[in-house]
Every structure is written in C-alpha cells, then in structure tokens.
Design a protein around this ligand. Structure first.
Ligand code: PLP
Length: 384
C-alpha cells in the first residue's frame, strides 16, 4: 500500500477522502440518508444509522480528525458540549471524583458545577499552573484530570507536561479541551493525553456556520464514548459533517494566518498608551510564554485585554470598532469581539469571575482572516 501522507496540510486534504472517489467525485458527497441497508452487521453499534454516527460523511471526518492529531480514533458529536459532557459521563459515575482546572469555558464550568453533582460526581478545581498543589486534592475516587490547552478568556497555559506525569503516576485519565489551540498549534495525543476534545464550531470548521464537536484519542476510549453517544443521541447530521470536513481542508492556512495576525494585534495593543493589559501567550510578557513556545506551533487567534478606565470605556470601544462583530464564539473567518462578563462567562457570579481574574471590563478578541492592517487601523481609530 502507498505511504500515507505525513504532513498536517496534506492530511487535512486527503486523509479522510474515500479513494477511489465515489463515482469519481473528488470530494465526498453528502449522504443524507437516515438509515442504510442491513449488511450482516453483528453489532448494534455498527448498524448504519445517523444517530450511530457512522454514515460515510462521519467516517470521512473521523479519519481526518484522527490523522491530524496523530491519534488512533476520532468521533464527531452534535456540539462541543456534547463531546465534553459525553466524554466525562462515559468515564465518571456516581461516587467518582474529577480534578478540573479552575478557569474554564463557561459552558464546561456550568456542566461541572451544576450537572455532575446531580449525577453524584464530585469535583475539585485545581490551579492549572501549580502542579505542586494538585496532590492534596487527589482522592481514591479521582478518575480524571481535565484541562484546557489555553484558558478562556485569559489565555493561561496549564502545566501540560506535569498534568501528563500526574495522570500517569496516579492512574488517572487525562482529558484536554484543545479548541483554542486547534490541531495546527497543539496535538494532545502526541503528548500522551488520553482524549482531546474540541468544539469544531470554532477553528476546525472555521466558517461560523455549524455547531459540532469532536472526541479524539485512544481507540478503546473513543469507542466507549461512541457507545454512550449512540444512546444519548448527540450525533452530528451528515450535512454538518460534510461542512466540517470541507472547512477543515483550509484549517492550516487559516490558523497560521490567525496566529500571525493575533500576534501583531497583541503587540500593537501592548504598545498603545490607552491599553492597560494584554493577555496573549505569544507575548514575552505572558507568564507562560516560554512554555507555550516550547509546546505550541503557534499561539492561536484569541487574545484579551483591558483598557485604561472603567467598564464604560470598554463598552465605548466595542461600539467604535467597525470590523469586529460583537458576538460570542471564535475561530471563524470573521473577527468577533465580546466582553466575557456579558457573554461566555455571564453564567458565573461576579465574585467567581473576580477570583479568576476576569474583570467586567475585560475584552476578548477572536481574530478572523481579514487583513491585519485593516484591523489595526480600526483599533487605532476606536482607541482615539
Ligand atoms: N470549549 C470551548 C473552549 C469553547 O469555547 C466552547 C464554545 O465556545 C465549547 C467548548 C463548547 O462548544 P459548542 O458551542 O460547540 O458546544
């Protein structure tokens, strides 16, 4: 058999496509059929049915996702939250305990604090960059350590190497939400994480037109998650799977551009006299810059910052910018701007946000693929 493509760019184009193409089609068509003819399958989970996430469009996107993170297997889900909640509920049951980083995507924070306890699952928050403090929270019932590659919205970088060692020496499963980095900048399975989770709504699809999620990692674990998902019903529609697969073909181009553009904007903001603080791991002023440089191929397309002045100043700035659209989410081709206190983290109390360092005036920018110069010019005018 011919050698499989090695580079990420090539895998994004070819790894998932059926070859020879179906009826000669260069890209896989959409198989919009709820059910498929019985083909002597010996297992319920292998029957071809959209809820069982195994139509040709699912298979194609699974192959691509596994290939780009150098993992054994992948599974797409109806949303990022479906991936996160199903993965955690596959391995945790009543009485179990989870160690989870304290500064989390708001939806995951709400799931951990509201839903897991109602299933009898306990948790403790850990400081992701202070591994020495993790041991004293460990219990006999602890099953999983859960991190995010870069935290939202402050772009903190956990001690990822310590997390892997800690998981191995304490026989824990290690899960990481890799949405912010994308497989272009970081590939968790290469570093020993058991499962890498994504909101494919963001960079992987890249066009702000679908909601989807992914679970990528060890084959037996992904299989267990699939069986749970088959029963929970959080499958992805084939049309959305097709769009995700198509979007992923330009992932490397988009993310590399976003890495560069965001770094340029971060530098511009850091130099501007009207700006008080900038949070971006690509800046040497970031406390974990050296670690991020060592582990990541780029620092991603999200940064956050605080202007000098109060919340009104931040609100004024957001009204004055022309290009960025005021909307939650990230990873699309268009630049989005939000105040996390009013969007992604509004489910949290102000006190909880304050403890995590998320001020009400913090602005988060998710950079798209517009010309960097246009964004800087727009920021310049909005800052006055
Ligand atoms: N993880 C991160 C880091 C996110 O930013 C989001 C959404 O913003 C999610 C997970 C949830 O993804 P979805 O909206 O696709 O369910």
């Amino acid at each position: 058999m011919a050698k499989l493509p090695q580079h990420l760019e090539t895998k994004l184009i070819h790894a998932g496509e059926p070859r020879p193409g179906i009826e000669g089609a260069v890209t896989i068509p959409i198989f919009q059929s709820a059910t498929f003819e019985y083909a002597d399958q010996d297992d319920y989970h292998k029957l071809k049915y959209i809820r069982l996430n195994n139509t040709p469009n699912h298979d194609a996107v699974h192959r691509t996702l596994a290939a780009v993170e150098n993992a054994e297997a992948a599974l797409v889900t109806a949303s990022g939250m479906a991936a996160i909640s199903t993965a955690l509920l596959t391995v945790l049951s009543a009485g179990d305990h989870l160690l989870v980083q304290d500064c989390l995507y708001g939806g995951t924070h709400d799931f951990v604090t509201n839903d897991l306890p109602s299933f009898g699952i306990n948790y403790d928050f850990i400081k992701p960059d202070q591994p020495d403090s993790w041991n004293r929270l460990l219990r006999r019932e602890t099953k999983v350590i859960y991190l995010e590659t870069m935290s939202n919205p402050l772009l903190q970088v956990p001690d990822l190497k310590a997390a892997i060692d800690f998981a191995k020496s304490n026989r824990l499963l290690s899960f990481i939400d890799n949405t912010f980095a994308s497989p272009v900048n970081f590939r968790p399975p290469e570093h020993g994480f058991d499962l890498s989770l994504h909101s494919c709504t963001k960079y992987l699809n890249g066009h702000s037109d679908i909601v989807a999620g992914a679970v990528i990692g060890r084959g037996n674990l992904v299989d267990r998650v699939k069986h749970r998902l088959d029963r929970f019903g959080g499958s992805l529609d084939p049309h959305a799977a097709f769009l995700l697969h198509r979007g992923m073909k330009t992932l490397a181009l988009r993310v590399r551009f976003q890495n560069e553009s965001t770094l340029a904007l971060a530098r511009f903001l850091e130099r501007h006299p009207g700006v008080e603080s900038v949070y971006y791991a690509g800046l040497p002023s970031h406390p974990r810059h050296a670690v991020a440089r060592e582990l990541f191929n780029g620092f991603g397309g999200v940064l956050s910052f605080e202007l000098k002045g109060g919340v009104e100043k931040a609100a004024q700035f957001m009204k004055k910018v022309v290009l960025p659209i005021s909307a939650p989410s990230l990873g699309g081709v268009e630049t989005l701007i939000t105040r996390p206190a009013t969007t992604s983290h509004s489910g949290m109390s102000r006190e909880d946000r304050r403890q995590l360092g998320i001020s009400d005036r913090l602005i988060r920018l998710a950079v798209g693929i517009e010309a960097t110069e246009d964004l800087i010019e727009d920021f310049q005018q909005a800052l006055g």
